[in-house]
Design a protein around this ligand. Structure first.
Ligand SMILES: CC(C)(COP(=O)(O)OP(=O)(O)OC[C@H]1O[C@@H](n2cnc3c(N)ncnc32)[C@H](O)[C@@H]1OP(=O)(O)O)[C@@H](O)C(=O)NCCC(=O)NCCS
Length: 140
């Protein structure tokens, strides 16, 4: 494997879309043309973004919103299934945390809790309130 890690926000939409399809976060039936054309919008507007590439193809990504001092949140960590369990996810989280070592780091996930616990994340006892995103269907 010859993996290259990049620190750039403008990941091509098609590469992100293919990665999101592979982990079940996108599906062809409900992805509009607007969404396809703007698939990287959340990445472009994040505080920082890291990605992993092999032979010009995106194989992993992560993005974070951060005030660069106190509070930081991870979103959209994904690794192509055929590249999982090779340490790429760990490296992407490590690159984020290194940007802001003394910050609190949060992640909202029920999908990979064991993965984050291995990296030192523990249960947060704060109680969060939310206004759900209008773009995504909520689990009921
Ligand atoms: C979660 C994810 C990013 C991990 O990426 P990865 O590159 O496979 O992670 P690593 O190889 O660095 O894994 C390190 C360890 O974490 C644990 N781990 C990995 N994926 C895990 C998961 N989905 N659930 C629980 N533990 C997991 C394993 O113990 C792994 O060690 P092992 O390979 O010796 O078994 C990847 O499984 C993925 O893309 N999943 C789908 C999307 C997702 O759930 N993202 C997280 C929500 S934000």
């Amino acid at each position: 494997m010859n993996i290259e890690y990049k620190d750039q926000k403008d990941i091509p939409c098609i590469e992100l879309y293919k990665l999101f399809l592979s982990v079940g976060w996108a599906d062809e039936a409900s992805t509009s043309q607007w969404m396809l054309d703007n698939f990287n919008i959340a990445f472009i507007n994040s505080t920082f973004v890291f990605s992993a590439w092999e032979n010009g193809h995106l194989i992993g990504c992560i993005r974070a919103l951060s005030d660069m001092h106190f509070r930081s949140v991870i979103y959209d960590l994904a690794v192509l299934p055929e590249y999982q369990h090779k340490g790429i996810g760990t490296e992407l989280v490590r690159m984020c945390i290194n940007k802001c070592k003394d910050s609190e780091w949060l992640v909202a996930t029920d999908m990979a809790e064991g993965f984050y616990r291995k990296l030192g994340f523990t249960e947060n006892t704060d109680h969060f309130l939310t206004i759900p995103c209008k773009w995504f269907k909520q689990n009921s």
